[in-house]
Ligand binder design. Structure first.
Ligand code: AMP
Length: 230
């Protein structure tokens, strides 16, 4: 299946949609390997800015810790600049962007400007109760972005090494704490869930269940991408 997907078309714009904690990042990493186009995770980009204490990082840190959305204009500029890099010539996997209708409108234009195809949008669906449980045990390396499940990966966390010998820093994200997760889910329902209708109207929306193992969910994602490229 992966081979057929990879050969089927030569450029990809894939958006992984879904509430926080449904596994968009995990699926994005697998898609990068299968489709050979980079992941654009706006959350990872912003967290790297915060870790570096850049002026952008200082500007967004509090907003992110509160679980609120960073301004559309800032995100759109960030993605525009990321899409201008040569490694996105054959497309990208978008993870955590767009999150508002304004961002979705802007992305449509950015893709057209870069001669990339209109996006295939895969919504990963997980009930809220499961999300809260998952995020309580999610741990992330603030240095390299690797994610772990505390319940399953205790040894992997202890043995974790970042690429290029950087110093690992595996922690619970400030915004994964239960109070903030509720807020993020509420913001998702208000600001991001309307994108489901937006993309449904454009006939770009595919829906998969996010329940099951990483590989089970990935198989569903590939089936949707295959049928979308026919
Ligand atoms: P994520 O890792 O995708 O959950 O993103 C973490 C945080 O970064 C979010 O809660 C927002 O504060 C910010 N962020 C990431 N992507 C976006 C976006 N597309 N629009 C606005 N804020 C974003």
């Amino acid at each position: 299946m992966a081979t057929r997907t990879a050969l089927h078309v030569d450029r990809y714009s894939v958006i992984l949609l879904g509430a926080v904690g449904v596994g968009k990042g995990t699926q994005a990493v697998k898609l990068v390997e299968a489709l050979k186009v980079p992941q654009i995770s706006t959350g990872d980009i912003l967290r790297a800015e915060v870790a570096a204490q850049s002026s952008l990082g200082k500007q967004v840190q509090e907003i992110m810790n509160r679980g609120e959305l960073v301004a559309d204009e800032l995100l759109i500029e960030l993605v525009k600049s990321r899409l201008s890099k040569p490694d996105t010539a054959k497309g990208a996997i978008f993870d955590g962007f767009p999150r508002t209708i304004a961002q979705a409108d802007a992305l449509e234009k950015l893709l057209a400007d870069e001669s990339l195809p209109a996006p295939v949008v895969v919504n990963i669906d997980v009930p809220d109760g499961d999300i809260i449980e998952r995020l309580a045990s999610r741990r992330v390396c603030l240095t390299c972005g690797a994610t772990f499940n505390l319940a399953l990966d205790e040894k992997a966390i202890a043995a974790h090494k970042c690429p290029a010998g950087a110093v690992p820093n595996v922690v619970q994200r400030e915004d994964d704490k239960p109070e903030t997760v509720q807020k993020r889910l509420q913001i998702y329902r208000e600001k991001t869930a309307p994108l489901l209708d937006y993309y449904r109207r454009k006939r770009a929306l595919r829906v998969v269940s996010g329940i099951g193992t990483t590989n089970e969910v990935f198989a569903r994602v590939l089936i949707e991408l295959d049928s979308a490229s026919e």
